[in-house]
Design a protein around this ligand. Structure first.
Ligand SMILES: Cc1cn([C@H]2C[C@H](O)[C@@H](COP(=O)(O)OP(=O)(O)OP(=O)(O)O)O2)c(=O)[nH]c1=O
Length: 194
């Protein structure tokens, strides 16, 4: 039976995959992400996911390896993880009262060297927010390890008015699509992942 490995340090991805009923282990990928604004976001997040998964798959060729990358864009501008709370505040002000896009790319490396990549897009609409709301948000949630300086799953209702698309995808993993892709990968080797 092939092992399933999640090549990620993200606690959110771990939680989502576990909730989906998949038995897996974690091996954090040593791969460096690419940040190149000239590459379209859909392509960039898939490429980063592929780099993360491939680096772990190279060491564990018998496993099915999952890598992912979540990017947040507004007006074509990427919003990374903030370096400090002041940068997080500036990022949240950019998102205030507006719609932005969250794109998560996923790569699944199969044991025969096959790699499938895909992505999912979710539109997120923010309430108009001021410094008071941002302060309240910072008192209950940590914006620092998250692309876009917020976690929709962590008191997201303070900031988020609504979404179009999948909630899981904003959190870091489009679970439904991942399960479908795992079934395909498992079918190729005759093993049911969930
Ligand atoms: C927008 C948003 C992002 N995030 C998180 C998901 C990801 O963990 C993170 C985006 O950074 P990523 O670079 O995609 O992932 P990571 O560095 O946390 O983990 P790894 O590369 O090892 O897989 O932001 C949320 O938790 N909630 C949100 O609402």
């Amino acid at each position: 039976m092939n092992r399933i490995v999640l090549a990620s340090s993200s606690p959110r991805r771990r939680e989502l995959l576990a909730e989906a009923g998949v038995a897996f282990e974690i091996i954090v990928s040593p791969a460096e992400e690419i940040h190149d604004a000239a590459i379209p976001l859909e392509q960039l997040c898939e490429e980063n996911a592929r780099l993360k998964a491939a680096a772990v798959a190279a060491e564990h060729p018998e496993a099915i390896v999952i890598g992912a990358d979540t990017l947040v864009y507004i007006d074509g501008e990427p919003l990374g993880k903030p370096a400090d709370l002041e940068q997080a505040r500036q990022t949240l002000k950019k998102l205030s009262g507006r719609e932005h896009v969250v794109c998560t790319g996923v790569a699944i490396c199969g044991p025969k060297g096959r790699i499938s990549t895909f992505h999912d897009l979710t539109q997120v609409i923010f309430h108009p927010i001021d410094d008071e709301v941002i302060d309240r948000y910072f008192s209950v949630a940590n914006p620092l390890d998250k692309a876009g300086a917020y976690g929709i799953q962590e008191h997201g209702d303070l900031l988020v008015e609504g979404i179009r698309g999948e909630f899981d995808n904003v959190m870091g993993l489009p679970t439904r699509k991942v399960l479908e892709a795992l079934k395909v990968a498992a079918g190729e080797i005759g093993h049911d992942p969930a």
